[in-house]
Design a protein around this ligand. Structure first.
Ligand code: EPZ
Length: 416
């Protein structure tokens, strides 16, 4: 296995280009099952999860190409089974359920299983699809779904589930009649999926609000589409510039989708200047402590919780972070403590006391954003930090060494 080695203490200076969004590209790739005709996607990030999704599309009978950041998908001979050995590596594979049921009236998808950050069931997906006429059986770790024809329904989610909203948008786009999704997820990535579906001829309105309406159409057609920039990758590099006290221009930064994050970092004393299509991040004074509670969009995103925690470790007064989306998303805390952070956990809250400095040490990545948090902390820590099990990071950050190296960080990859 590989590790990322970081010589910390250098303020980042320069420009980082934000890649396409992983969490928009993944559902959009599953939506490529739906149309008759070729789909051409641009700005697709070169990440492990994207390669895994393309492999799943191949298993489901699609021809795909991935050249640079461009992807093409052609559905050839659609299959309906997503195998365990692939789904276990990426939960988002469950997003093929909606399209397969809508197209073929059947689907056999491995239950995604838990992951480091919590149980992450899919009960809300299944309950909503049952309202559209699907019947499910859960046996030997698989979800067996079948239906004659999905019919539009008036669905209210118990929780604004991102994946659940995405599965239902894809299923409803070619179901019979109108579907109304209430308490739908408002995340920008959900909006990007809805916009992509509309580019293929779907009739969706209300995306970005809690009530989304879908008029089913008989079929979707191929289209060209450019994936939105990755707001969480952008937020991660914002945190890296803030913690090192540097000056970094984030090119193609989706600022409007980062309001809650920008507000928090401004409260911490970070200067943020929106420029055409980019965001200039500067920090010269001390980092000031803030409190954070993660919420569904447009609240502070759970995917930025670990990264802002790394910054709070060095902020005057520290802060309290409440994680309200996932039940176990503090795996990075003990690793940050190994770097000298002062953090106490109490249920789903973390109390951070600011310390003067962090000191490099070997630390273990456990999930995608926990790894990002350890990299952010390592960039500010004195001396050398080795972040082990860096494959977690490769799931969500394209060319991370090149991007950080390009702004002056001393970071390289080594065999563990
Ligand atoms: C998406 O996961 C993202 N993944 C996650 O990003 C992100 O953290 C999450 O949304 C919340 O914003 C992708 O888009 C691929 P949810 P998803 O359904 O769809 C519970 C990253 O780091 N729940 O909104 O799985 C669930 O257990 C990843 O890029 C149910 O109980 O999120 C969780 O506690 C991590 N039953 C909460 O809701 C269900 O049927 C949020 O889940 C569905 C969800």
């Amino acid at each position: 296995m590989e590790k990322l080695v970081i010589e910390g203490g250098l303020p980042l200076q320069g420009t980082i280009r934000v890649s396409g969004s992983k969490n928009a590209a993944l559902p959009i790739l599953m939506a490529c099952l739906l149309p008759e005709g070729e789909v051409r996607l641009g700005n697709v990030p070169r990440l492990r999860d994207i390669h895994t999704s393309l492999r799943l599309l191949n298993i489901l009978g699609c021809e795909t190409t991935f050249d640079g950041n461009d992807v093409t998908v052609n559905v050839r001979d659609l299959k309906t089974e997503a195998p365990y050995d692939l789904v276990k590596t990426m939960r988002a594979s469950v997003l093929c359920l909606g399209p397969l049921l809508a197209l073929k009236g059947e689907a056999k998808v491995s239950l995604p299983g838990g992951c480091a950050i919590g149980a992450r069931p899919v009960d809300l997906h299944l309950k909503a699809l049952e309202q559209m006429g699907a019947v499910f059986e859960l046996t030997s770790g698989y979800i067996f779904g079948r239906c004659d024809k999905l019919r539009g329904a008036h669905i209210t989610f118990d929780f604004p589930t991102v994946g659940g909203t995405e599965n239902l948008l894809m299923a409803a786009s070619i179901a019979e009649g109108e579907t109304i999704l209430e308490n739908a997820a408002r995340e920008p990535e959900v909006q990007d999926l809805a916009n992509f579906l509309n580019a293929m001829g779907a009739k969706i309105s209300g995306q970005g609000t809690s009530v989304i309406r879908v008029q089913g159409v008989p079929a979707l057609r191929g289209a060209d589409y450019r994936v939105m920039p990755d707001r969480i990758e952008a937020g991660t590099y914002l945190a890296a510039a803030a913690i090192t006290g540097g000056e970094v221009l984030l090119e193609d930064c989706p600022c409007t989708e980062l309001d809650a994050v920008l507000a928090k970092f401004r409260n911490m004393g970070v200067e943020l200047e929106e420029q055409k299509g980019g965001l200039l991040v500067r920090r010269h004074g001390p980092l000031k402590g803030v409190d954070v509670t993660t919420q569904p969009f447009p609240g502070f995103p759970t995917d930025m919780q670990a990264q802002i925690m790394a910054c709070l470790c060095l902020a005057e007064g520290g802060g309290v972070i409440e994680e309200k989306i996932f039940e176990n998303r503090f795996m990075h805390v003990l690793e940050l403590v190994r770097l000298g952070a002062d953090i106490r956990l109490k249920g789903r809250s973390a109390m951070i006391r600011g310390v003067k400095s962090l000191v490099g040490a070997p630390v273990m990545a456990s999930d995608l954003r926990a790894s990002a948090s350890l990299v952010v902390a390592g960039l500010a820590a004195e001396g050398r930090t080795d972040v082990l099990r860096i494959y977690h990071l490769d799931r969500g950050y394209e060319d991370i060494e090149a991007k950080l190296g390009g702004v002056g960080a001393r970071v390289w990859r080594e065999e563990e």
